[in-house]
Design a protein around this ligand. Structure first.
Ligand code: ATP
Ligand code: MG
Length: 463
């Protein structure tokens, strides 16, 4: 993408309404614009990051064997009356009446809708286990929407629902979700710690929240620092292997880690003192097992092996896709701007032409641009007439992890400059070497795509 033809409305001034870094930086980098309180338009750069995150979520859900689908944003109130949540949900639910006086609502979550789909079409235990998920806009009329996309009223969420024959199978689904979430966040360059949580209005008896440590987080968290040494790395996980998934869950849930809702001082005090941490965190996901809470009142039963009808055991599992954009920035920025992890960066490379109009510089930039495109990577090419200082400031603000700077002076000696946004390290090298380095840097992120060729193709078309 050429900057001269892109829409990147960066702001020079720091917007007064933004209280935290991610909100400030998203506004300054031209990623979002507030449409009304807690509701945002995603401008091109923000939209690109949202799509990258969404894609990782899709890939990891499908790797775990979960099936994508799409449910609507508007739902009929009747289903929520069946589960008893129409009245329970309170003021956060946006209630709407259509022209025929039917009560509708903008979905804050989808347990009722999915249970209805399930009970209409699935009748036998032979169709289980099954996990369906979608990524869709949600609406919760938060009292105090704030911090930009972190606590919006309209927000984008992945929510998945497992249907299993009994508790053991549903606990495996819970474990599978925990493992797939750990992978998902790691691919985004984030450490999200699973912490034991209350189940709240969703109900049930088993739940973990995933928290990214950040001073601006809304939750107070207590943990054993040993948990921050854990990582999945390149471990290959067989998601059908109950013991393997349970083992990983065991590994992550053994060190103490809780939010203030479930914190227990006496247990915390058993952690060696030098490993006890009290900090703040941002909730980027939550998983629940709630048994038959919805299947029983809504009649979602299957015929078991003995011919008897049994209510299915369910859980629901959410990832805050739009909140993640903010959370990633909270965890990755400095005083000059955002620093995108390679896995979610909107463009892989920023290319700065110090002298557009200079035939040598123009030619070298075009060649680099093409060579990087041939790798399947995207470049934001600053081909504008702005002065060098301004170009660098914009690149630093929007946070592309790698920058290639091209100018007539370097080209005389056959070199361009490759700069790492995170460390500030830079090195001169030939344009060919720069392309090779970029290919090496991004190779691991490319190699992790799911193997299915159709899925890969269709992802590309909407990115
Ligand atoms: P919170 O405690 O932050 O209000 P929640 O526990 O009510 O969130 P869940 O029902 O667990 O939210 O939803 C799944 C995920 O959706 C959350 O982990 C969070 O990342 C995201 N999310 C929830 N509410 C919002 C919101 N108002 N704006 C943006 N993301 C949200
Ligand atoms: Mg939650």
């Amino acid at each position: 993408m050429r900057l001269s033809r892109y829409f990147l409305p960066v702001l020079k001034e720091t917007p007064a309404e933004a209280q935290i870094a991610s909100h400030r930086l998203m506004l300054r980098a031209g990623m979002i614009k507030q449409a009304s309180a807690g509701i945002y338009s995603w401008l091109p750069l923000g939209f690109k990051v949202l799509r990258r995150i969404e894609r990782i979520v899709h890939e990891e859900q499908q790797r775990a064997g979960h099936i994508p689908m799409l449910m609507p944003t508007l739902q009929a109130a009747d289903l929520w009356r069946e589960s008893g949540r129409y009245d329970d949900y309170g003021e956060e639910m946006l209630r709407i009446r259509d022209r025929h006086d039917r009560d509708m609502l903008y979905g804050p979550t989808n347990e009722e809708l999915i249970t209805d789909i399930f009970r209409s079409h699935v009748a036998s235990y032979r169709d289980l286990p099954m996990t369906l998920y979608h990524i869709q806009w949600k609406f919760r009329d938060e009292v105090r929407p704030r911090f930009g996309v972190m606590r919006g009223r309209e927000f984008y969420m992945k929510d998945g629902y497992n249907f299993d024959i009994d508790k053991d199978a549903a606990v495996h689904a819970y474990n599978r979700h925990m493992v797939s979430y750990l992978r998902t966040y790691e691919r985004m360059g984030l450490q999200a710690i699973p912490m034991r949580a209350e189940t709240g209005p969703i109900g049930g008896d088993l739940s973990h929240e995933f928290l990214v440590l950040a001073d601006t987080g809304e939750s107070e968290v207590f943990y054993d620092s040993a948990i921050t040494d854990l990582s999945l790395g390149d471990r290959q996980v067989d998601y059908d292997d109950w013991d393997e998934c349970a083992g990983i869950v065991q590994e992550w849930t053994t060190p103490y880690a809780r939010t203030d809702d479930t914190h227990d001082d006496s247990l915390f005090n058993e952690v060696p003192e030098d490993r006890r941490r009290t900090r703040r965190g941002i909730e980027v996901g939550q998983i629940f097992y709630f048994g038959t809470k919805y299947s029983e009142p809504m009649g979602a039963t299957v015929q078991g092996p003995d011919g008897k009808a049994v209510p299915v055991h369910m859980g629901s599992h959410g990832i805050g896709v739009s909140r993640l954009v903010g959370a990633i920035i909270e965890a990755n920025h400095d005083d000059r701007g955002i620093i995108w992890p390679e896995g979610v960066t909107p463009f892989h490379v920023g290319l700065v032409n110090l002298k557009p109009g200079d035939p040598e510089a123009d030619r070298a930039c075009e060649k680099l641009y093409q060579a990087i495109a041939d790798l399947g990577l995207e470049t934001l090419y600053d081909d504008t007439d702005e002065r060098a200082g301004g170009k660098f400031a914009t690149m630093d603000l929007i946070g592309l992890p790698w920058r290639i700077t091209v100018g007539p002076r370097g080209l005389k000696h056959g070199v361009v400059e490759l700069t790492c946004r995170r460390t500030g390290d830079n090195a001169e090298m030939s344009p060919d070497e720069a392309v090779e380095r970029i290919a090496e840097i991004y190779a691991p992120h490319h190699g992790r795509e799911i193997a299915e060729p159709m899925a890969r193709r269709s992802f590309h078309t909407w990115l």
